[in-house]
Design a protein around this ligand. Structure first.
Ligand code: KG4
Length: 341
């Protein structure tokens, strides 16, 4: 079954063709990062306008790269939330039109479910159940993936997402946008024990996380150092900061392992590309006797192939939508078919 999939929840316009949920026939991504870098963050209106310009060329190149015609498409999948509402609406509306014109089912996909499915594209042997650390620019959560379509959030951030924390700190340091990858590159050359950053915990819910204190501590350190006329050691700063992020995540994943007894662990989302996080997950899983699956780096960030993969399993479960499908800025991963707003 060939699924034509679309992703437009933030600043990537992407289209892909995925066969039977596991094989990428094509994956086209138009990133707007350069445009938003001028402002140090995603400007929602610019994102929506850019999706409008890019979605048809992306659809054309996904079909051309797959060597398929429109008649070979068996279903259309699309990210329907969560994300920037104006950005989501472009993908949802285009996917509706495509499904209507091609007379094929329309499959709405939760964005973070898509990130999780990037693992199915990387690892043909991976099947639920497993625990997945979902870490991106908008989400930070530990999700129990019980079946391909039944999920439970065991813990999540109470404030900022880990990716957001990387991006805001990197912006103040002036090392680029989005900030996760440049911080990662610097961290690889730095010492993790040079600067002292907080690791927050929430007593009544140990699997929840918080990154706002880490962000504030990082910004205070940057300001204090510059007020004193001193210079930060950027690689050491990046390494110490990345270690604090990783320490806020990995022990909680291992706690979720002991709470659930599930010894199968995966990671997903843009921050899952982080070198230190991957290393620490590998170490912790090896020490804890868990099997670990990590998505290919190229599939960690936003793409439509992951939406095509999850879309396949949603379709098998009968989760299709009618022409009244709407986008939703916030959507629970447990039950994305009944959005709150
Ligand atoms: O999954 P993604 O592309 O978009 C969302 O769904 O949010 O994630 C983007 C986030 C950004 O915050 C970016 O800075 C971060 O992923 N990121 C990284 C790395 N590569 C991307 N964070 C840490 N280390 C990286 N290597």
């Amino acid at each position: 079954m060939n699924i034509l999939a679309f992703e437009s929840s933030c600043d990537e316009t992407a289209a892909a063709v995925v066969r039977d949920g596991r094989e990428i026939l094509s994956s086209a991504v138009a990133s707007q990062a350069e445009m938003h870098a001028l402002y140090g963050g995603v400007v929602p209106e610019i994102a929506s306008r850019s999706h409008i310009e890019n979605i048809v060329p992306m659809a054309d190149s996904a079909l051309a790269e797959a060597g398929l015609g429109k008649e070979d498409v068996d279903a259309v999948a699309v990210t329907c939330g969560p994300g920037l509402i104006g950005a989501l609406l472009v993908g949802v509306n285009f996917a509706k039109s495509a499904a209507f014109a091609l007379k094929v089912p329309l499959v709405p996909v939760h964005h973070v479910r898509g990130h999780i499915a990037a693992n199915y594209l990387t690892h043909p042997d991976l099947e639920p159940p497993f625990l997945c650390l979902c870490v991106s620019g908008g989400t930070t959560a530990i999700v129990y993936v019980k079946t391909y379509t039944e999920m439970e959030t065991l813990g999540s951030t109470r404030d900022d997402a880990a990716g957001e924390c990387f991006d805001k700190t990197a912006r103040v340091l002036g090392i680029g946008y989005p900030g996760g990858a440049p911080m990662d590159a610097l961290a690889r050359q730095g010492r993790e024990d040079r600067y002292d950053f907080p690791r927050a915990s929430i007593r009544e819910h140990p699997l929840d996380m918080s990154f706002s204190g880490l962000k504030t501590a990082a910004l205070n350190l940057i300001n204090r150092t510059s007020q004193k006329g001193e210079e930060l050691d950027l690689p050491d700063f990046a390494a110490s900061f990345s270690a604090a992020v990783s320490d806020s995540l990995v022990p909680r994943v291992m706690e979720a392992v002991s709470d659930t007894g599930c010894r199968r662990v995966a990671a997903a989302g843009g921050v899952a590309a982080n070198t230190m996080l991957r290393r620490d997950l590998e170490k912790a899983c090896a020490a804890g006797g868990c099997r670990l699956w990590l998505p290919e780096i190229a599939l960690c960030g936003d793409n439509a192939a992951m939406i095509g993969s999850q879309g396949y399993y949603e379709l098998l479960a009968g989760h299709t939508a009618g022409m009244d499908l709407n986008a939703s800025a916030s959507l629970p991963i447990e039950d994305p078919w009944h959005p709150e707003s």
